[in-house]
Write a protein of this length. Structure first.
Lengths: 123, 775
């Protein structure tokens, strides 16, 4: 299983990547939405993309909209990673086509639970 | 935990990116004050704090998270357009950024974010957003619908207590709650616009450039530079050997090695170059804060941000630059009323310019303030006894203005908390000269002042004079070299006099104190010093001139500076080492350190800034100086085997060594004859009790280390066992002590140090009571 972490903070990418690897994922990273689109175009077989909301160049919402505008990527599960101050954004992200959301900060169990919900991880 | 290493890496990365983002944030906030509606900048500021807060949650830095959270709430309101940025809010946010920096620094040094919750800062930030929240409080039904849209928050484990308490205290529905839908739309549209602009790489200034660059550990660069230095030296040796042989193949290979090495050296030097913008970036903030403090209006203009300098030089000029900027605003630029009266605009201009010229970097700092009045400077120089009337009147205006660089010549009429920090322009000059640069100032009364620095591109390779003494070679950086004087033996006999134990030479009517390098090296001197010619290297450090006597003067050469090993670093007389073409090592003399070692140059204000500039390798370790902290210079001495005592340097007059047999007893008091007077001695070991005294009597009994303190013409000699160091640190008494003569304990350089109350000791002396011995 391959997971792509999209976040402008490298520290966040490292944190998420670490947890994902512990869950058995192969992890890729991108620093913003545009870069993430490039990665998706260049490599296939991504099961899930974890997307931060606030990013320079292309933010999480625009990224979700872009991905959902491309039929080839319909099978990719999108998970918004947000904080409690962005609850309204969750609604918008879900409307735009994100499959799940995850509130920061989260403990290891929460991530696994959500991934299981998406069906990309055996519960 | 097995994850620790891994997590440490994350924390490191978190620190690196947070620092970077905060620098950008400072600039953004200042820009925002001008253009409070810039969605792009607001977005970027918000993102930074938001990311810090989010990451903190994972890393367990709760206090930092708390502060960032309050800041984020305020920022989200700004971003929403529900609150317009004004000076109050900017100040509040800048204060928050400072708090965040402090906590980050603590995380860096100690691994946790400290104890401070910054309650007043948080309250201030909350108050700032409350003002708006009150005015823009949504109607009840809107609030309800908000709660509905915000339903996922019930599922989140992080409806934090902190937030709950915030709700209680502010009494406003939910400060951090989502927005009414209508506002949200307009805002998102606004944001959308910002993003569309942002997507255009031409418009976008920050972010997105990272792909073509990578971050490299500074220590790795230092190491590479070192290795290249080694390679250059090996190359020189190879070239020397090949010249003695006639193999064509070898010569060609050596030639190639030569070219490649040169190119590699240039390449590595280039990687160490940083745009000066990195240092300049903080000046808009410094200028703003200062201008506010001084009640002035100042615009800053930065020109040539991309001009590149070696990173060690950037470190070294940071503090001098800050000092000059402070001076300009504090003393140069007038208040709005005075400016208007003089027919200028109310807002002053400060212009900083950097450019390359003739293999050097030029930095100009100019203001359009009141300028420097040469006549006033002449008067002050005479009043301070630095010049005679006649000398002063002989100076032309240009020369008179250079007087500001004289030691002990503070231009501040009243000591202000801005530039009156005990360091003057002389320190700026010393520090710039120390790295081989030059400072010059021009000023027109009423029109402004321009200060120019010329700085070498790198510290790694410097021109130096090579001299020989006692068979060893030494390199003296050209920057501190004034002239060379050779006295033939018959002249030397007459011209070199001895005054109070110091040899001096009358150079063009001025007394030049002489120091024999042999003496410095503790090499026994032949008794008949007058029988041969004397070579004097005239040096300048910290505005003081002195002559260094050497055996022979060899040549000038470009040398590769190498930092000294750890065990030798403590020797202040050496700035580093270099390897000569024949493979032998030559020590590089640190002229300032040398002058201090022999007591010809004051020590008090050198630490800090100057210490950073010694060698490229060392400069990096100095870390980022936090100039906002008031520091006090403390002389640290050792007493007994373990005793560490600190003396405020302001109380210290001189450091002396007396042979033990010079101690005499007068009226039950130990004294030595000193400068035609009797100097009473006090053994600091007595302050620490008997146990330490016993051990201190045993060691080094032959020579006494004496710290001479003076007050109102009275002096006392404090006998210590070792002079350890001079440190400038923020002093915080950890424990008060009841012993007489001690102020209390502080922690200096990570060690407990007892502060000596020199005043009380002097009082004891004045009232002629015997020293009270504790224990």
């Amino acid at each position: 299983m391959r997971a792509l972490v999209v976040d402008d903070s490298k520290a966040m990418r490292m944190l998420l990547g670490r947890q994902l690897r512990q869950l058995g994922f192969e992890v890729g990273e991108a620093g913003d939405g545009l870069q993430a689109l490039e990665v998706l175009r260049a490599e296939s077989q991504w099961s899930v993309v974890l997307v931060d909301w606030n990013m320079p160049r292309m933010d999480g919402l625009s990224f979700v909209q872009e991905v959902r505008g491309e039929p080839d990527w319909a099978g990719i599960q999108l998970m918004m990673v947000t904080t409690e101050t962005e609850t309204d954004q969750v609604v918008r992200a879900l409307e735009a086509g994100a499959n799940e959301y995850l509130m920061k900060p989260f403990v290891g169990g929460a991530l696994a639970e959500k991934l299981a919900l998406l069906g990309v991880l055996a519960a | 935990m097995s994850l620790d290493n891994d997590l440490e890496e994350v924390v490191h990365e978190f620190l690196v990116e947070s620092y970077e983002n905060l620098d950008q944030l400072d600039r953004d906030l200042i820009e925002l004050e001008r253009d409070p509606k810039s969605a792009e900048r607001l977005g970027s500021v918000f993102r930074t704090i938001h990311t810090i807060k989010g990451t903190c949650g994972f890393l367990g830095f709760e206090r930092l998270e708390g502060v960032a959270h309050v800041g984020e709430s305020l920022l989200s309101r700004l971003r929403d357009g529900r609150l317009l940025l004004d000076a109050d809010i900017t100040s509040g946010l800048l204060a928050m950024v400072d708090a965040v920096r402090i906590m980050l620094a603590r995380i860096e040094s100690e691994g946790n974010d400290g104890e401070d919750h910054y309650p007043s800062l948080c309250a201030r930030l909350e108050a700032l957003q409350e003002e708006v929240a009150a005015s823009a409080r949504p109607a009840p039904h809107e609030a309800e619908s908000m709660m509905e849209t915000g339903s996922p928050r019930e599922e989140t484990p992080f409806s934090t207590e902190e937030e709950m308490s915030e709700i209680e205290t502010t009494g406003v529905a939910t400060p951090a709650a989502p927005l009414p839908v209508a506002t949200e739309r307009t805002f998102s549209e606004e944001l959308e616009e910002g993003r569309r602009e942002g997507a255009d790489p031409e418009v976008r200034s920050s972010g997105g450039v990272a792909e073509s660059t990578i971050r490299v550990d500074v220590h790795l660069l230092d190491r590479l530079m070192n290795l290249v230095g080694e390679l250059v030296l090996s190359r020189n040796q190879v070239l020397q050997h090949t010249q003695q042989r006639s193999e064509a193949g070898l010569a060609a290979t050596a030639q190639r090695l030569n070219l490649i090495t040169t190119e590699l050296q240039e390449g590595v030097m280039k990687t160490r170059m940083q745009p000066i913008g990195g240092v300049w970036g903080r000046f808009p903030r410094v200028v703003r804060d200062l201008a506010v403090t001084c009640g002035k209006q100042v615009d800053i203009e930065l020109d040539g941000r991309d001009t590149e300098l070696d990173r060690s030089i950037i470190e070294a000029i940071k503090d001098p630059l800050t000092h000059v900027v402070r001076n300009s605003i504090d003393h140069g630029i007038e208040g709005p009323a005075e400016r208007l009266a003089a027919g200028k605009s109310a807002t002053g201009r400060l212009r900083m310019r950097a450019f390359h010229e003739g293999g050097q970097v030029n930095i100009e700092i100019s203001d359009d303030g009141r300028g420097i009045d040469p006549e006033k400077l002449r008067e002050r120089a005479v009043a301070r006894g630095l010049l005679t009337h006649e000398q002063a009147s002989r100076l032309n205006d240009r020369e008179a203005i250079q007087l500001i660089f004289l030691a002990g010549f503070s231009t501040a009429e009243k000591v202000s908390n801005v530039s009156g920090r005990g360091v003057g322009m002389d320190v700026v000059k010393t520090n710039v000269e120390r790295i081989g640069g030059m400072v010059d100032v021009q000023s027109t009364v009423g029109a402004g002042t321009t200060l120019r620095m010329k700085i070498p591109l790198t510290l790694a390779i410097i021109p130096a004079l090579l001299v020989t003494t006692a068979g060893d070679r030494f390199a003296i950086p050209q920057g501190s070299l004034l002239e060379l004087v050779r006295l033939e033996s018959d002249v030397a006999k007459r011209a070199v006099e001895t005054i109070r134990g110091t040899r001096v030479y009358r150079l063009r009517g001025e007394l030049l104190p002489l120091v024999d390098l042999k003496h410095m090296l503790r090499i026994p001197q032949e008794s008949d010093t007058g029988s041969e010619a004397v070579n004097i290297v005239v040096l300048q450090a910290d505005g003081r001139r002195f002559g260094l006597i050497v055996d022979a003067i060899n040549d000038t050469e470009e040398i590769v500076v190498k930092p000294l090993g750890k065990s030798l670093k403590a020797l202040s007389s050496y700035a580093g080492a270099t390897i000569m073409g024949d493979g032998r090592v030559a020590l590089i003399l640190d002229v300032l350190g040398l002058g201090q070692e022999v007591g010809l140059v004051g020590r008090s204000h050198d630490q800090g800034v100057g210490a950073q500039a010694r060698t490229p390798g060392e400069a990096g370790e100095a870390g980022s100086g936090d100039e906002a902290k008031a520091t006090d210079a403390i002389l640290v001495v050792g007493v007994g085997e373990t005793g560490r005592l600190g003396l405020s340097l302001s109380a210290v007059d001189r450091l002396e060594e007396f042979p033990a047999e010079r101690i005499e007893i007068s009226g039950g008091q130990e004294v030595v004859q000193y400068r035609n007077d009797l100097l009473p001695l006090k053994r600091l070991a007595d302050l620490l009790g008997n146990s330490l005294r016993a051990s201190s009597d045993g060691e080094g009994a032959g020579v006494l280390q004496v710290v001479v303190c003076s007050r109102d013409g009275e002096s006392v000699g404090l006998v210590v066992d070792r002079i350890l160091d001079i440190v400038e640190e923020n002093i915080e008494l950890r424990r008060r002590l009841s012993q007489p003569g001690l102020l209390g304990s502080v922690v200096l350089q990570g060690k407990v140090t007892d502060l000596v109350d020199v005043g009380t000791l002097m009082d004891d002396l004045a009232s002629d009571t015997p020293t009270r011995v504790a224990a």
